[in-house]
Design a protein around this ligand. Structure first.
Ligand code: ADP
Length: 344
């Protein structure tokens, strides 16, 4: 598809360039030829005038005509000039055709590549998302089918099924919300509204949001905060902090500590979130910010309530809209530190 679109675009470039070039050629040809003819006419008049005053062609004097051989020479010269101009213009147009064909093909490739990348990315996103949606939907469907087929089910079994179904539906809901958030952060180039906000306020809000889980796991989230004000979008910044804090708590054992630190470094606000959790292996580290990536350690250690591998991808997209950066340092079984740098 890309190739045929590229060829079509090249053809359109060629049509436009050749139309312009040929129009110019016709104009140039007509102007040149009319100039040559005018020149030839003036020459003929001069010749006639000279002949009238010359003894050389005495027999023609007073007749006001130029001898035929002289006229023939003039005529041949004009014809030759016409043909040469035509030949040169055809040659130039052929050159333009070849050059614009080659450049047009290159240019069409350059124009279409970002579009192709965007379409590829969207297709990947759709196939990843449908793959992730299929698993909970399939298990929900088969549980309900089994229930319908077996007529001897008791009320308590029906209730258990309903409870399990709600868990699956909740998973689907959180997945669709994450997908929506990711799509939104991918489509909008910049956050909706930037204003001067307190980073400390955002951190407090984020800690408050992860409180239920951190309480449940008896994890205390410690703070070491500098008073920093930053131009940002409060909601998206809190979203990033919640993702990182939620992961720090989620991937830590019961009773461990999580520390969130903010500090000003020149023109940068730096946020560190450090946990003493399961850590990330060297193999997984380069991939954790990829969409739908879940590290093996998280699976093998059976972290309950593990997500779909979308959180860090969303965080990275949001940070990119701030022209900031996010990276992670981690050691298996020792813990991880996620660092976010935001320009002030
Ligand atoms: P998920 O919703 O699965 O947590 P994320 O995109 O937030 O998705 O994280 C991607 C993967 O990175 C996780 O599955 C997990 O393996 C790993 N990860 C992220 N944060 C941490 C952390 N603080 N400690 C250990 N592993 C982490």
């Amino acid at each position: 598809m890309f190739h045929s679109a590229r060829l079509k675009l090249t053809a359109w470039y060629l049509v436009i360039i050749m139309l312009i070039s040929m129009t110019f050629s016709v104009v140039i040809y007509r102007v040149l030829i009319s100039e040559v003819e005018r020149f030839e006419h003036v020459q003929r008049l001069r010749l006639e005038r000279r002949l009238q005053n010359s003894d050389l062609f005495a027999p023609f004097n007073g007749l006001n005509i130029v001898p035929a051989p002289l006229l023939q020479v003039n005529f041949e010269l004009v014809e030759e000039v016409k043909q040469r101009v035509l030949f040169i213009l055809i040659l130039v147009n052929c050159g333009i055709l070849i050059l614009s064909g080659a450049f047009g093909y290159l240019l069409a490739g350059r124009t279409l590549t970002p579009i192709k990348e965007m379409i590829d990315e969207q297709n990947r996103f759709i196939s990843d998302a449908s793959h992730e949606l299929r698993t909970p939907l399939t298990s929900l469907k088969s549980a309900l089918e089994v229930y319908l087929r077996d007529r001897s089910q008791t009320l308590s079994e029906a209730k258990t099924l309903a409870r399990e179904s709600i868990i699956e539906v909740n998973k689907l809901q959180s997945l669709s919300e994450s997908l929506l958030q990711l799509a939104r952060s991918e489509n909008s180039g910049i956050p909706p509204k930037f204003e001067l906000i307190s980073l400390t306020h955002c951190v407090k809000e984020a800690i408050h949001k992860v409180l239920p889980l951190s309480k449940k796991k008896k994890i205390s989230v410690k703070e070491k905060l500098e008073d920093i004000h930053i131009y940002a979008n409060e909601h998206s910044l809190i979203d990033v902090l919640v993702i990182l804090l939620d992961n720090a708590v989620k991937y830590s054992s019961i009773g461990r500590n999580v520390l969130i630190k903010t500090e000003k470094k020149d023109v940068i606000a730096q946020i560190n979130i450090t946990d003493e959790g399961i850590g990330i292996s060297k193999k997984d580290l380069p991939h954790v910010f990829e969409r739908f990536y879940r590290a093996d350690s998280a699976r093998s250690k059976g972290v309950s309530n593990g997500g779909y591998g979308l959180g860090l991808a969303i965080a990275k997209k949001i940070i990119a809209t701030y022209k900031g950066s996010i990276y992670v340092e981690s050691e298996v079984d020792k813990g991880s530190t996620f660092t976010v740098c935001l320009p002030l």
